[in-house]
Design a protein around this ligand. Structure first.
Ligand SMILES: *Cc1c(COP(=O)(O)O)cnc(C)c1O
Length: 406
């Protein structure tokens, strides 16, 4: 099990007061905090072996290259990739999805081909497909979300007709719902569609094995899993990545360049044009080591307990939950009768509690549930049961204030 108090020593940022109260950080779905271990790994790179990778024949560059390649190997093992070169470093989930849209989809899809998404997608798994809708006239179709925030899959086979790509979030960043990826991927493959999974909310919190899920692409961000901003991953099956044209052209992604034409490097370099975020890649490798040391099953179990306790305690406070899936991760969205979510977040901030209020980059979902916004609390392994009590105390304040107002 997780010893949160001991773990918190690794996170200097958590030991501060906001408005005279100890900080309670409950916005982990937006970004996680960073342990010393990760910050130190990046510091070590900058202090001791900062150099560009794959270029120099000198010692520092060799060391930087080694660290860069090792990080790729760690990530590959972490998600169960078959080959290290199936891991492409990007700047984040958004960039990874855009890579698939601009390369694979642009190359393989034509007018009237169908892309199946869902109503619970993050904007970064909607807007890139809007681009393609405009550019090549693909049709977008959406899996519906029911009143509990669960995907309706009754008519999946029907919806899959003419579908060439299924793009789906593994875990909803707004509802907390964990989607049955394996089952959907199987159905998608039966009609010959490719499957792209947005794993931004899954990889930080549970064991993810891309082989086991049976998807073709998997995208996630470093900064939500204790790593730095500016780095993320696109995993893809070797043969698919091999067949795809490069997305960005420039240094490092070439084999040979003539004035008239150029040829491209093999994987993974083909998709890593220009100088990459080397320090951040090193930091991501360290984050993987750190999470493995704590144990993904421990992290999941801790968050399950946090959610169970939080749901029970919040239920007593007249909140309405947006999303009631049985199979859920450590994310709770809710609204209150009289208080706007922004008021909730502002009042909680007075109490030193950081929660998010807004549409969480899922505007279609807000429309679906007829709310302008939600308040969202999202846990990580360094959160404690005491912090849930602080949250409850803060929400009682919110209730009090708004009862007085009306
Ligand atoms: C955060 C998030 C994204 C976007 O990640 P970036 O790091 O901002 O690129 C995409 N999808 C989901 C589900 C997310 O939670």
């Amino acid at each position: 099990m997780i010893d949160s108090m001991k773990i918190r020593e690794e996170f200097p940022i958590l030991h501060q007061e906001i408005n005279g109260k100890p900080l309670v950080y409950l916005d982990n779905a937006a970004t996680s905090q960073k342990p010393k271990f990760v910050v130190e790994a990046m510091k070590d790179y900058y202090y001791n072996y900062n150099a560009n990778v794959h270029r120099g024949l000198y010692r520092l560059s060799a060391r930087a290259t080694e660290a860069y390649d090792l990080a790729r190997e760690k990530v590959a093992r972490f998600i169960g990739a078959t080959h290290n070169h199936e891991v492409i470093f990007t700047s984040g989930t958004t960039a990874a999805i855009n890579l698939v849209a601009s390369s694979w989809a642009q190359e393989n899809l034509k007018e009237n081909d169908v892309i199946l998404l869902s109503e619970m997608e993050h904007h970064s798994n909607i807007v890139p497909w809007h681009f393609l809708q405009k550019r090549i006239g693909v049709e977008l179709r959406f899996l519906k979300v029911d009143e509990n925030g669960v995907l309706c899959l009754d008519n999946l086979d029907e919806l899959l007709q003419n579908v060439k790509l299924v793009g789906l979030t593994h875990v909803s960043n707004t509802l907390g719902t964990i989607n049955p990826i394996k089952k959907i991927a199987e159905a998608a493959h039966n009609v010959g569609a490719k499957v792209l999974i947005d794993g931004a909310q899954a990889v930080p919190h549970m064991e993810v094995n891309v082989q086991d899920l049976g998807c073709d692409f998997y995208a996630f961000s470093g900064h939500k899993m204790c790593g730095p901003t500016g780095v993320g991953v696109l995993w893809g099956k070797e043969e698919i990545l091999d067949s795809m044209p490069p997305f960005l052209g420039g240094g490092d992604m070439i084999d040979e360049v003539y004035l008239e034409y150029s040829t491209y490097a093999s994987l993974p370099n083909k998709f890593e044009a220009g100088t990459m975020n080397i320090a951040q890649v090193v930091g991501l490798g360290a984050a993987v080591d750190y999470l493995l040391q704590i144990g993904l099953s421990n992290i999941l179990a801790h968050e399950e307990q946090m959610v169970e306790v939080a749901l029970k305690k919040l239920s007593a406070l007249d909140v309405r939950f947006i999303g009631n899936a049985e199979n859920r991760a450590g994310v709770i969205s809710f609204v209150m009768d009289k208080a706007h979510p922004h008021d909730i977040a502002t009042i909680l901030d007075y109490e030193g509690i950081a929660v998010r209020a807004g549409h969480h980059c899922t505007q279609p979902l807000m429309k679906k549930f007829s709310v302008p916004a939600t308040a969202r609390v999202s846990f990580y392994f360094y959160n404690t049961l005491d912090e849930i009590d602080r949250l409850v105390y803060g929400l009682e304040k919110v209730k009090e204030i708004f009862q007085r107002v009306s």
